[in-house]
Design a protein around this ligand. Structure first.
Ligand code: AMP
Ligand code: MG
Length: 407
């Protein structure tokens, strides 16, 4: 055994991670259908006005507003119908005083017209070409002006903007087919441990199925990374160094297991051979044996997370430490998980001097402890969220109001 010389606080670990992150520089071009949830790598200015022509915002009649000044139900303005204008079919008619054109929503406004009257405020005189307007129209009414949404030359997207569905819509509206975005970080994911085998095979005595590669892969995929799975590595320094080398071209490397203090926890030795340790051991529970390092690579260095092997510790620290780091690497905005307040259903004793993340299940608005053990994946899979118990607090009483961060 080689016990932790010391642990650092959660705050200090977060600070060192913020300091270490180098947001990705690589860019690529994607079609707009792939652009949602990506991050724009360049400003986009519009080459056109949107809408590209002035158009009706209602089904009704294009009129000269001045003709309708004193219109009412009892004294309608009577106008002569010149044309019917549908979308995609500009009219050659000019609306002179005393005339109008039927117009559909989205159809180009004809020359001369300066307002649209809703069909509900008009009447037809059957068998004639006369239209009665029952209410005065103001100039500009129910018209979407050319360039009213976006003017040619407007910047619609800035470099670094997160591309929400609405922003992909703005890119489409100006006629662009593709967009320059930052590449999604490639994240090598690898489990360590002689006992760890692939799900789908048959367990030999002493073996377990790999859990962490899948929980880590799923979290990475949800937060802007592309998980690149590697085969599990054996617990020898040689195998771990070879595994690090196999992952060296990734933007981020995430190992699980082997980062604790046992004889066979050799990730620390592999890091010593290939890079620099930034921290090893955090005063949190679960997840104390978490390491962060930089690994030497041909193009500088690659950040490395050594996550605990215990599945709940691994996933908990993936949420708490890996997600913020990965999102910053991917240039995504920080994740804002939802929280709810609830009374605690049962008293919890916490490890003193360690910041504890305690999973809970919500039942009828009450938060019940769901944490079984760091090695039990159901500590998380059967929980709705977690509460945090600071390092200087050792007990949370039943009935106390707690803030639950939801998964
Ligand atoms: P370690 O951090 O390597 O000392 O592992 C701690 C515990 O987590 C041991 O019981 C391991 O068998 C278990 N473990 C390690 N890696 C995994 C994994 N990828 N999936 C599930 N359990 C694991
Ligand atoms: Mg192990």
């Amino acid at each position: 055994m080689r016990p932790f010389a010391s642990t650092i606080s959660l705050e200090e670990a977060r600070r060192r991670l913020r300091e270490a992150v180098r947001p990705i520089e690589r860019t690529e071009r994607v079609r707009i259908e792939e652009a949602a949830n990506r991050v724009a790598a360049a400003d986009i200015t519009s080459p056109i006005d949107v809408p590209p022509f002035s158009r009706s915002a209602m089904d009704g009649y294009a009129v000269v507003a001045a003709d309708t000044v004193s219109a009412s139900r009892s004294t309608p303005a009577r106008l002569r119908l010149l044309d019917r204008i549908y979308t995609g079919q500009p009219s050659s008619a000019t609306i002179e005083p005393g005339t109008c054109a039927e117009i559909a929503t989205g159809a180009p406004l004809p020359a001369g017209a300066d307002a649209v009257v809703m069909v509900e405020e008009t009447g037809r005189n059957d068998g004639t070409d006369r239209i009665d307007v029952f209410a005065p129209a103001t100039a500009g009414q129910h018209i979407g002006r050319r360039g009213g949404d976006i003017s040619a030359g407007d910047r619609i997207i800035a470099a670094g903007d997160f591309l929400s569905p609405a922003r992909t819509g703005a890119i489409a509206a100006i006629g662009r087919r593709d967009v320059e975005v930052f590449a999604m970080p490639r994240v090598a994911v690898l489990s360590t441990g002689n006992e760890v085998i692939e799900p789908g095979s048959t367990l030999a005595p002493g073996q377990i199925f790999d859990v962490n590669r899948f929980t880590l892969g799923a979290v990475i995929g949800e937060h802007g990374g592309v998980a690149e799975p590697h085969r599990a590595a054996q617990d020898t320094v040689h195998a771990l160094i070879a595994a690090l080398d196999a992952c060296a071209t990734a933007d981020l490397i995430v190992f699980s297991g082997g980062s604790s203090v046992g004889e066979r926890d050799l990730v620390v030795d592999a890091i010593a051979a290939r890079g620099e340790m930034v921290f090893h051991g955090i005063a949190v529970r679960p997840g104390k044996p978490t390491a962060f390092a930089t690994i030497r690579a041909s193009n500088g260095s690659t950040p490395f997370f050594g996550m605990p092997g215990n599945p709940t510790s691994c996933l908990s620290n993936a949420y708490i430490l890996l997600v913020p780091f990965l999102r910053a690497l991917a240039r995504l905005p920080p994740h804002k998980p939802h929280t709810v307040s609830a009374p605690l259903g049962r008293r919890i004793a916490s490890a003193f001097n360690r910041h504890q993340f305690y999973t809970v299940r919500l039942q009828d608005g009450v938060a019940f402890p769901a944490f079984k053990g760091s090695g039990d994946i159901t500590s998380l899979s059967q929980a709705d969220g977690y509460i945090e118990i600071p390092a200087d607090q050792s007990v949370v009483e039943e009935g106390a109001s707690v803030t639950v961060t939801l998964f």
